[in-house]
Structure formats: structure tokens, C-alpha cells
Design a protein around this ligand. Sequence first.
Ligand SMILES: [Zn+2]
Length: 663
Amino acid sequence: MQANANFTLINNKLNLAEIVAEDVQLKRSGKAMKGCCPFHDDSTPSFTVYRDNRFYCFGCGETGDITDYVMKRRGYGSPLEAMSEISERYGLELHHIDMDAIRARQEKKQEKRKEFSGYYAKHREAAEFLKERGFTEQTTAQTFHVGYDDQGHALVLPFKNEYGELVGKVHRYLDSDPKYKNSAEDDLFKKSELLFGFDLARKTKDVLYLVEGYFDVMAMHEMGVGKTAAYCSAQITKEQAQLIARHIPSDVKIFLIPDNDKSGRQQVRKNVQTLRKYAKQSISIISLPDGIKDVNDLLISSYGWDDVNMTPFEKYLLFEDLDNCLEITDEYEVAKIWADRTQNSMLRYEMAEELAKRWNKPLDIVNDFMKGSATLDHDTKLHTATESYAAYVNAVQSDEKKIKFGLREIDVLLKGLKKKEVTFVMGKSGSAKTTFILNWLYDCVMKQGLNVNFNSLELAKEAIIPQLVQIHMDMTSGEVESQARDGSYHDNLVELIEALDEKCRIADEDAQSVEDIENFIVTANESVYDDPVDVVFVDYFQYLKLNNSINRYEAASEAAREFKAIAKRQNVHVVVLTQVNRATGGGGSGKMTMESAKETGAIEESSDYLLGLYRPASDPHLQEDEAQAVQHDMYCQVLKNRWGATGEIPLYFDFFTKRIKNM
Ligand SMILES: [Zn+2]
């Protein structure tokens, strides 16, 4: 966490072009800056610095961010060392840079280098072993510096970190078991946090291949493919996925090449999930030809790289699932589930094509089926009392997360909200309704630890975040702005940003449909949060993209019902803001009634809770001193509460800091 915060801090506060300009001359070229590469003998300007503070050399392939640049330029082995220089040189206050730890690390590196130098000798038996496995000296000696340990009678593979720094070694015994032994773990060498071969592979700008073993990486180089790293076990770890996310550009395609056996294939789902949580790149699976068990096997077989099969992971997992079905009707259901969660329509079409063949059905019918026009399965939707009671027991026993407001009296009245429920919050313009839900969102994330999607159809993300900063830091908007202007990152601010990064996502596209909002939940569940989304905020209803083939009132009512369906399907609590324009006069000072809800569409029927907000100070008829006298007054009306009492709760609205508190 701390290290990540430092990377962010450095990239936000410093300008890579200025730092590079200390070393080489840069000239503007389109949106980027170009110059001669400081890392290789470069006569044409191949070194490019982009506006997002990343660099790429089209000559030698060197790439990275500010920390990488300083590391590489000054010959540091770890980001920590680069950060300590950056901190001193540019006067940045970074978190927890421990100089003693850095020095100790440097010494340990020196030791490792010495300890290793003796091992690079050639040995007949070792050479034969590698030759049989299809390797040439070019790959083993020159690219991977494979050595030999006489005493252990083993090949020695140097394990480098992402910066090409030697951090450990792997013994591959030639005639004893177990075959592999790694050097002891220390703070430089944690195998589960490293990727073998990544120092070379991370320079890719198009594809990255991920394989299971060391020899597979070397085999990929031997075949002339390269761009490969090994996760060195069956499972990709969180730290390895984070490493990829940090170093690999988002438009690079990732290909997983699992071992061609049952356990390799079984791990694909888990590995895709882990990768998708951190890395945003597209992921495909490469299947090896029948009978070929891994990439090294491919190298020595009569097959070649052209014989492998590439499949987008959705399609791969769909067919894995189908193969596990016992009956054809189960296959239909499984296919339907995948159709619903595959956003890419071309990919859905591809699935349909193969399914039509598999099921021997006309393509247009299968294609229609895969479009997502689900009809009710009436056989299974008529429930027995046994099923119903089991569902009830389940609901009672599962200590369902209750969602609170963080405002005492509202929480007392509503006793917490549940998932699968919908809250509509009504207010006129000027009633501070967006501020109300931002306070609520803040409490959900910071105090209740809930995962939150915020679908903001009105405000852009850069207009939302300063309000959350205000609430968090108890600052006026002016103070937040001047803090941003001079770029100061207090620990307090970093704490907020990190918590939000972990538990909140903002979708600020202005034309979102109800379906988009559901798709954002699915995406977040699959690839963002460790646990599923708890609460979804929609701000606000009148900006939704509605079905325009029916009249607006009908379309709005349909959307409201659809929110209830989403809450159930996705197991979330949905909060929808709605702006009331007509009923009762007086801007945001007007009280809401059940009638106000009717203006929007049939929202009352679809809501479990219906809240109204008003602020007397926004009455346009008030004199300035009268408005000032009530500027902190705000009311939350509970107009509908599926489980109990209604009422009106006075709140304290801090006009300057956007905080809403108990009276
Ligand atoms: Zn270069």
C-alpha cells in the first residue's frame, strides 16, 4: 500500500519530461516529447516521453514510469532506492522510506552477486540435458545465464526481478528428487511476488505470455516468441498480478498458457480472476495441441508455435463449463449465463457460432438465444413450501450486512437497509441531494467498509472527488482547491484516496442505461473488488437513458422496476436519486410528498424506502438574513419504509464543508 501510494505521489507531482531533460535534450513531437535514448547508443531520437509520465524507447525497448527512469538511469536495483533519491532531489515527502533498510538491501545485493559469480561454468552433462530439451546456448547461456552447480549436480537458473537484478537462484537437479529447489527467501527474493523472465518480457508493447515454468519461458525464447514470464507454480498470486498491472501498458494483450493437463486447465478460472482484479488488459487462453503437455514439450515436438489455439477467456471458460454439464439443458443454462456476462457482442456471436455446431442447431436461433432475451423458466419458478422455507431460513441465518446511513436518527428509524432493496431519494434542485448521497457513500466506504459503485450521470468524476475530499478533511471547497493547486498530499488525503481506490468506483458517463449500470456491477464484481459490490448509487434518475419506444412516464416506470430487479439479481442495495420539479413551490425548500414521487414515474411501487430531502434556506423568497439563519437546516423525510415507521428527521448541513451531521 505504502509503496503504491508513493508511485502515485511521484507520478502526480513530478514531470518525467523535466527529469529526462536533465540528461538529454527533448523536443516536442505531437503530444509527446522525443530525444536520443539515454540507455543505448542512439543517433535517431527514439526515446519518447508521454504526457502520462511514462517513457518508451523504440530503439532498445526500455520503458517505465518516473521511478523506473531514475532507477535505470542511476543504476539502482530497487524502486525504494530510486524513491529515496527522488525524495531528496525533488523535495518530495514520501511515506516510510527507510534508509537503513535500503542500505541493508544494497549490501545484500552485493553479496548475492559475489555468491553467484562462481557458478557460470559449462558442464557436459548439463549441456546435454539442455540440448535434449531443445535449447541452444544462445538462449540458455546468453539470454538466461544458466549455470551449473558441481556439488549439487544441478543446473542453476538465476532468478532476476523485474529490473534484471539478480535476487535468487533455482536449482534444477539432474538426477535427484525433488527436482527443484529455490534459494532461501528473504526480502529480495519472494518467489510468489516475482515473475521469472519478467525483466525481459515487461518491455513488450503488444503481447505478454504467461506460463507455468522456467523452462517454458526459455522455450518461448528458443522459438523466437519471447515476451514471456512464468508465475512458477500453478496459481498466479495477487502480487504477481499487481506486478503485471504496474509494468504492462493497458493495450497489451495477455495470453495465459496453462499446462495441458487437468490441473493446469482447472487453474485457468482462478488465474483469470486474479489477473482481472488488478490488470485491465484483455486476457486470452492459449491451448497447446493434444498430447503436448507444456511449452517446452511443444519446442521439442513436431508441432510449432503456429499450431497453438488462442481463445478469449470468456469463450474458453464457457466451453470448460459446458464440458462439465451432464445434460444438454444444463448446457443451455450455462451458455445463457455466459451470454449475459459477456459484454462484447462480437464475442457473443463467436460463442453462438460454435454453440450452433455443438448443439446442431440453426445459427440464427442460437444467436438470438445468446443475445440475452431471457424468458422465464416456468418449470423451476413454481416453488414448493419446502423451497420457500429453506430460503427463509437462509435469509434469517445469513447475518446479512445491514447498510447504514451513519446518521443516528435515520438509522434508528430505518434500522439499517438490506441488500436486494431499493431506496429512492427525492429532492428539488437546491435540496443538497447529491451532497446527501456523497455523505452516505463516504460513510459506506470509510466507516462501514462496503464496496460501492457510484453511477454519476450528472457530475464528472473530477467534480465528485473534491466533495468527498471536503467531507473527509472538513475543508471548504476553496481549501480543497488550493491544496490541489499546490499539490500537497497530506497523509489524510492519501488515506481517503487509498480507501476509495479499494472500495469505490465512479462511472461518470452521462448516457447510462439501467443495463449499463448492471453491467458496471458485473464488471466490478469480476475484476475490481475482492468482495462483491454492496451498494450502488445512481445520480440521478432523470438523466438515465430510457427506452424511447414507449412514452416517458412508462419508460421511467419500467426503469424503476428494473432497478428492483437488479438489486435482487446482483444482490446489492440500489440508491436512486430523483429530482422533483413541479409539486409544491419554492426550490429545494419544498417538502416532498408521496405525490411528488408520481411525477417521475411509478417509483413508489418499486421502492422499499422512499426519502425526501429539503432545505428551508433554498427558498427563493427568503431575505438574505432569513436564509442565513436557517442555512444549516436540512430535513430528511422518510415517506415510505417497507419495514416500519415513517417520519421526518432534522439534520445539520454544513454549507461550507458539505458535511451532513446529526442535529
Ligand atoms: Zn533506447
